[in-house]
Design a protein around this ligand. Structure first.
Ligand SMILES: Cc1cc2nc3c(=O)[nH]c(=O)nc-3n(C[C@H](O)[C@H](O)[C@H](O)COP(=O)(O)OP(=O)(O)OC[C@H]3O[C@@H](n4cnc5c(N)ncnc54)[C@H](O)[C@@H]3O)c2cc1C
Length: 411
């Protein structure tokens, strides 16, 4: 089956319009191997570009135009993202878990008043959001969250701790899983809350980590612990109603687990490794004269392509409104597994030089290879580990269960 898309003349015309606009407006920024090196000034330029995109509805192009999105088809959104890729610029061009994840949950579960209040400011890039799910005692088993939100008049009073969250440059809101009924049954005791980050009682503390990688904007280079100490959040901000948070979370988790990637671009690492291998020598001979290393490179390439094509298949099927069940977790599992197998192949092909960090003179591809080696391990965790993707696949296939698990609602 050929998953590659063909473009109609109208789609091609849109692509050309997008290309010209992006060339005029996109900031030219350094391609940092470690996103933690992004300066404040560079970040502000990303934000400014995000607001320009937001004003055109291109920041979240498939979201409904009535709420500030672009109302574009998946195909046009894909053309837009491919053009942005040429500037190494994802959508959104800075860390914001709002539009594709949080706003999708608000769109499915919010009241009309909540949608009118929250969606335009997210989709136009006026605010940035973080997702606050993980806690010291609750990661893979998200339903065991302990952070409480107790109703007090027109507010919820929030107490607890979230870890591994956010980015280095702040956010105006966080959407979070909280316990709204401490006596309630598992899953029926949770709420999904949009929390302003500037209310008294919210403290953000940077975590000291090995590395948080990823492409620009997708990850930030920094993760935080957030403490809530009697933080008062308007009751209006509870999305999906009382004790319904687990179902609301099902929407954004469904997307995060392998339905998030909309661009069809391959992994930029592949070209970096291939280009190094084409020019490098070992023991006085061209690297590629060693058939074992050529085999390893082919494994590397095949792994990258399988990941890309599984995401592309999901993208195409989702745009056709097909009900997906295990496919998201399947693509995400493949992505996580291939990160590790590619790290192994990189070590075989490039050798110890793969571990030289920029600006060391031995660093390959301006440090991007070394950054990948660290990110490959770190990437096993965000959005649920490889084991959790396997659990989801098994449940959706009905393996070891009488009834197949239903996916989260996307509409
Ligand atoms: C770079 C990075 C970014 C992140 N960003 C965010 C963010 O923005 N917001 C947020 O809320 N969280 C974020 N996280 C946290 C992430 O979601 C959690 O790390 C992840 O869900 C795993 O939880 P845990 O670390 O508590 O590990 P645990 O849940 O304690 O798991 C430990 C080990 O046990 C395995 N395991 C657990 N349960 C099972 C099971 N049922 N079957 C088989 N094996 C199992 C896991 O696979 C893992 O290997 C981020 C993490 C990282 C590393």
């Amino acid at each position: 089956m050929d998953f590659e898309l063909e473009w109609t003349p109208e789609q091609q015309a849109f692509r050309e319009e997008a290309r010209a606009w992006i060339e005029r407006n996109a900031p030219r920024l350094p391609d940092h191997a470690d996103p933690a090196n992004l300066t404040r000034e560079e970040y502000e330029r990303q934000r400014a570009f995000g607001r320009l995109l937001g004003a055109k509805g291109w920041l979240y192009p498939t979201m409904p135009a009535e709420y500030g999105g672009g109302g574009l088809s998946m195909e046009l959104a894909m053309a837009l993202e491919e053009e942005l890729d040429r500037f190494n610029m994802p959508l959104p061009p800075y860390y914001d878990t709002g539009g594709k994840l949080g706003a999708a949950a608000i769109l499915v579960w919010g009241t009309e008043e909540q949608k009118a209040h929250f969606l335009p400011m997210i989709l136009r890039g006026e605010i940035r959001t973080w997702q606050l799910l993980t806690e010291p005692e609750s990661g893979s088993d998200l339903a065991s969250a302990r952070t409480t939100a107790v109703r007090d008049g027109d507010h919820y009073v929030v107490n607890g701790t979230k870890i591994f969250v956010g980015s280095g440059h702040g956010a105006e809101y966080s959407w979070m899983i909280v316990v709204t009924d401490p006596e309630g049954e598992r899953h029926a005791n949770l709420g999904w809350l949009m929390t302003p980050m500037d209310v008294p009682g919210v403290t953000v503390e940077k975590m000291d980590l090995l590395f948080v990688g990823g492409e620009r904007g997708a990850a930030s280079g920094i993760k935080n612990t957030v403490y809530f100490d009697n933080a008062r959040v308007p009751a209006f901000n509870l999305i999906g109603g009382e004790n319904n948070g687990w179902k609301v979370a099902g929407t954004h988790l469904e997307i995060e687990h392998g339905l998030l990637r909309s661009s069809v671009r391959g992994d930029p690492l592949t070209e970096r490794v291939l280009s190094h291998a084409r020019n490098a020598r070992r023991g006085g001979k061209p690297l590629l004269s060693d058939p074992h290393l050529v085999d390893r490179l082919v494994d590397f390439y095949a792994d990258s392509e399988v990941t890309r094509l599984l995401h592309l298949r999901n993208y195409a099927w989702r745009s056709q409104g097909r009900q997906l069940t295990y496919e998201g977790a399947q693509a995400y599992l493949q992505q996580k597994r291939s990160q590790l197998s590619k790290a192994r192949a990189v070590l075989d092909v490039i050798g110890p030089q793969a571990l030289a960090e920029a600006p060391d003179e031995w660093a390959v591809a301006d440090g991007h290879i070394e950054a990948h080696q660290r990110a490959a391990i770190v990437d096993q965790h965000p959005g649920g580990t490889a084991e959790i993707q396997r659990v989801i696949i098994a449940r959706r296939l009905g393996v070891g269960r009488e009834a197949r698990e239903e996916p989260g609602r996307l509409r």
